[in-house]
Design a protein around this ligand. Structure first.
Ligand SMILES: [Zn+2]
Length: 589
């Protein structure tokens, strides 16, 4: 898709006063540093809709709608980004520039063509190696994992032999330059300057665009102690991980035809489900991004998640589910017996049994309802309050009002709240985040810590120092945090020198924008200084690690066998972590 130049969008947003634009639709009154009015996105009698003119965003405390001036028009006029930009430019008399090529188009078209050709040639060579005598062991491995020749062929599976220069020499001979191979991520540069094959002794899985062109590879380790288990191509001018879903090119026709898509985690889950004849794509272990959701939406609006039952309610799977619900998808969960994933289940029980599981799949929200209910004692008032506190934020993220209402009723029923008044309150609570029970202040994001709130607030209001603080943090510091996707995006933009509060707002998904504008609407800076925020992130990470270490120690101790050495090492780490945490606490005092 062609794009407007980033600088133009930035200028447009400078000119298009968000207060002036919104005042076309909503009567706003100045209140302190911001403007207030009745929200145009939900029915209300007291104003909870805020506009921040200086920072150029709006946020509603009632329904959590939020974003920049372009997002406002998109939501209010129900138009796309490009049309919203056009409308704004017209309104403020700014000439529209020629559409410019996207990143991908900008990389000169010859370079892109070369990179595509490199990938095609590499895939062909990997495939030949698999079919050669040297690949017999790997073919057996594939067969043992229940993948037949036809599927292996469709997936284009291949084999990267253990040598350092097999692929390199072949492709150089075919006339590709070393520079192109490096750019394609197929070679890595060693410290001594020599470039060698990135993928060695691995089962190769080509990753395609939905048109079928190969743009990257996944490489699975073939030896037990080979690390990492999966090695993927790096981001390149033709490959962006967050925009690619594995298997879309193989399944897209079936997806359209069947009207749904099964979402699985791994390449082998994909292989089995595909072979069993179902429309399927794989997320490859990470939570879905809004861009990936968009890819799916081009083909279908219904997704059936098929993860192993322990994983379905948590981590990446839960984040994917919540994203899909919030983006308006019809999301079902197909549960499998404990310990099974789609790969093992289909191999053991066959396609028909798996199809039955898909048929019996339940709406994600109902599935979640039961799962959360099972974790609380609904016979006690305390249990009921906790149950509601956990579910209401999720309810509030359902974009469709009627659906949200129905879900409110289901919640009331489950919590055995029969009183009509309380029922109404639940329904209201699903819309308004101020609730009688203590709901999380940021629907769907679970508990956002003070440090996250602080850092996000500073990123919008004082980006300079906030970015410096962000740079001192490591990815591990965000791990498992509710706002991780937002902080990752901010870091990415910063690394590409493209961070500004306005660009951040523009790139957020609908739900992420709700979170960020909610935090940024607070008129006062947060209680934590940036330095304290950084310490808190660190401390959180150490504490997560310490909890994991302690769990491991307990497990080893209950097993009782001869593992004193291992326990001692863990105890030492536990002590170190305790001291690190203590030091951070002291620094804070
Ligand atoms: Zn609202």
């Amino acid at each position: 898709m062609a794009l407007y130049p980033a600088q133009f969008i930035e200028d447009l947003k400078q000119h298009a006063d968000i207060v002036v634009v919104i005042q076309d639709y909503v009567s706003l009154k100045k209140s302190g540093a911001s403007y207030k009015g009745l929200c145009p996105f939900h029915a209300e009698k007291t104003p909870s809709f805020n506009v921040n003119r200086d920072k150029g965003f709006f946020h509603c405390y009632g329904c959590n709608a939020g974003g920049d001036v372009i997002k406002f028009l998109e939501l209010h006029e129900k138009i796309g980004f490009q049309d919203a930009v056009k409308q704004l430019a017209q309104r403020f008399g700014i000439a529209l520039p020629e559409l410019e090529a996207s990143d991908e188009q900008r990389a000169s078209s010859t370079e892109r063509e070369t990179l595509l050709k490199v990938h095609e040639a590499a895939a062909k060579w990997f495939r030949e190696q698999l079919l050669s005598a040297a690949g017999a062991r790997i073919r057996r491995y594939i067969t043992d994992r229940g993948i037949n020749d036809e599927t292996s062929d469709a997936q284009g599976l291949g084999f990267a032999p253990p040598g350092r220069e097999g692929l390199k020499q072949t492709l150089l001979k075919q006339g590709f330059s070393e520079a192109s191979l490096l750019k394609a991520g197929l070679l890595v540069q060693r410290e001594d300057g020599q470039a060698i094959d990135r993928f060695r002794n691995r089962l190769m899985i080509p990753i395609g665009r939905d048109t079928g062109s190969i743009i990257a590879f996944g490489g699975r380790a073939l030896e037990k102690d080979q690390q990492p288990k999966y090695l993927n191509s790096p981001e390149t001018p033709i490959y962006s991980k967050s925009r690619t879903l594995y298997g879309l090119h193989l399944s897209k026709a079936a997806i359209r035809q069947r009207g749904f898509v099964v979402l699985v985690e791994g390449y082998f889950d994909f292989g089995q489900v595909y072979q069993a004849g179902f429309p399927v794509v794989a997320s490859c272990g990470t939570a879905l991004t809004p861009q990936q959701a968009q890819q799916v939406r081009r083909f279908v609006g219904k997704v059936v998640l098929s993860f192993d039952p322990d994983a379905a309610g948590q981590g990446a799977a839960a984040r994917s589910s919540e994203l899909l619900v919030a983006e308006g998808f019809d999301v079902n969960v197909a549960t499998l017996p404990a310990g099974e994933d789609p790969d093992t289940f289909v191999r053991r029980n066959g396609a028909a049994a798996y199809g039955e599981r898909l048929k019996q799949s339940r709406p994600y929200l109902e599935y979640l309802l039961d799962r959360v209910a099972a974790g609380h004692n609904l016979n006690s008032d305390e249990g009921r309050v906790k149950f509601l506190a956990e579910m209401l934020p999720i309810a509030a993220r359902i974009p469709d009002a009627a659906m949200r209402d129905r879900f409110g009723d289901r919640l009331a029923f489950k919590a055995r709240v029969t009183d009509e008044v309380v029922r109404a309150q639940i329904r209201k609570a699903a819309v308004h985040r101020q609730t009688a029970v203590q709901a999380s202040p940021h629907p769907g994001f679970g508990n956002v810590t003070k440090a996250e709130k602080g850092l996000i607030w500073w990123l919008i209001h004082e980006p300079g120092p906030a970015l410096e603080a962000l740079e001192t943090l490591e990815p591990g510091d965000f791990e498992s945090l509710a706002s991780r996707s937002v902080l990752d995006l901010a870091r990415q933009l910063n690394e590409n020198r493209g961070f500004s509060p306005s660009v951040l707002l523009e790139r957020l998904s609908m739900v992420e924008a709700q979170l960020v504008t909610g935090i940024a609407s607070e008129p006062e800076p947060p209680a934590l200084s940036l330095t304290s925020c950084v310490r808190e992130f660190r401390r959180g990470r150490y504490e997560r690690e310490r909890a994991a270490v302690q769990r491991e120690i307990e497990q080893l101790q209950t097993r009782g066998a001869d593992n004193g050495g291992e326990i001692n090492a863990l105890l030492a780490r536990n002590g170190d972590l305790g001291r690190l945490i203590q030091a951070l606490v002291i620094a804070e005092e």
